[in-house]
Design a protein around this ligand. Structure first.
Ligand code: NAD
Ligand code: SER
Length: 323
């Protein structure tokens, strides 16, 4: 029987991942951990622990005593927030990974999931259908930390046999919780504004194409990768995952097919980050190695988001996470 720990569980991915892992392994076998003292409401269906991934000794003690088989390490600063605090972003995104990799190397964890990102690519990478193996010269601190993380994951697998698995997620779109400060956050934010006011000002320009994915697909991919037989996992750095590729203009048009909606554009510092990332991703390796298949296309994703987004979640906050 698996015993699972999700660190950084209170965020955009963790909220839905914990729910799905609990449905699969039983509530009591999946511990959600994050920084807050009190368990967030949406994680209340099972055990919760206050854990700071930067407190290496506390994390080691908790994992060794808890006898966890699998650890999902989600705590990180995302691209836009990381650019505002590069030193701390590097510290958080790297130190936590070493703590978990070392515990697995010592035999205290059987399997690790650690997410990478399309941010590992840079302006010199071919932008269309970006291949698995290609030029990677990221220009953001977030991308540099993810690229370095990928190298270390592969190193720990090759040298120490650590069973670490990873996906280069595209921008993720969901309604359960707000995104945590990424460059792709506009594609979530837009739905709250569409339902509340019928209009939105995008911080990316109209023709900025980026790879995106509806969260249900991303969670399914994550669980599928973790379930795959060890011998099928040929890539121990991180798997490309393509999803759907669209621009703010195309997303706005898909929303306007369903409700009255208008969009304006006021690109800010996030435009340069987006311009350095691919437009679309080739994920044939994930399809071949562990059977990855996309379910949500643009209109299907738009329809489910429009149905479920609750504008009060964003508009009742004193500030948006998308600042
Ligand atoms: P998020 O910002 O929504 O959530 C991160 C969570 O980590 C937050 O709940 C935060 O409180 C927690 N956290 C921060 N510092 C911590 C610490 N010191 N100890 C413990 N917990 C801490 O992020 P997310 O969107 O859920 O992303 C999770 C992971 O997936 C990150 O590694 C991110 O880089 C990666 N990723 C996300 C996306 C996306 O579009 N959301 C895309 C690519 C990769
Ligand atoms: N969605 C993430 C970001 O924009 C990509 O890793 O930071």
């Amino acid at each position: 029987m698996k015993k699972v720990l999700v660190i950084g569980a209170g965020g955009q991915i963790g909220t839905e991942l914990v729910f799905n892992l609990r449905a699969k392994y039983g509530n009591e076998n999946v511990v959600a951990a994050d920084l807050s003292e009190k368990c967030p409401d949406h994680l209340a269906g099972g055990p919760y622990a206050k854990l700071d991934i930067l407190n290496r000794e506390a994390v080691r003690e908790y994992i060794i005593n808890g006898a966890f088989s699998d650890v999902y390490l989600l705590a990180a600063l995302l691209s836009a927030t990381a650019e505002k605090n590069p030193d701390f972003a590097w510290k958080l995104n790297m130190e936590g990974l070493f703590t978990i990799l070392d515990l697995a190397k010592e035999g205290y964890i059987k399997q690790i999931f650690w997410p990478s990102s399309i941010a590992v690519f840079g302006p010199t990478t071919p932008g269309d259908h970006t291949p698995q193996y290609t030029v990677m010269e990221p220009t953001t601190v977030y991308g540099i930390s993810k690229q370095a993380g990928e190298r270390w994951c592969e190193y720990y697998f090759n040298k120490y046999g650590v069973d670490v698995r990873s996906i280069r997620y595209p921008g993720l779109i969901s309604y359960t919780s707000l995104p945590g400060g990424g460059t792709t956050d506009y594609a979530v934010d837009i739905f709250y504004h569409a339902k509340q006011t019928g209009s939105y000002t995008s911080f990316l320009s109209e023709d900025t194409a980026l790879p995106m994915m509806y969260m249900e697909d991303a969670i399914r991919a994550t669980i599928q990768l973790m379930d795959a037989p060890k011998e099928n996992i040929k890539i121990r750095s991180s798997y490309n995952l393509g999803g759907i590729s669209f621009t703010p203009k195309q997303l706005a048009a898909a929303i306007a097919k369903r409700i009255p909606f208008s969009i304006e554009y006021a690109p800010d510092f996030r435009q340069a980050i987006a311009d350095s990332w691919p437009n679309s991703i080739d994920d044939t390796a994930a399809q071949k190695d562990w059977g990855w298949e996309l379910e949500y296309d643009l209109q299907k994703m738009v329809d489910v988001m429009l149905e479920h987004v609750e504008p009060s979640k964003l508009f009742n906050k004193s500030s948006t996470s998308i600042s």
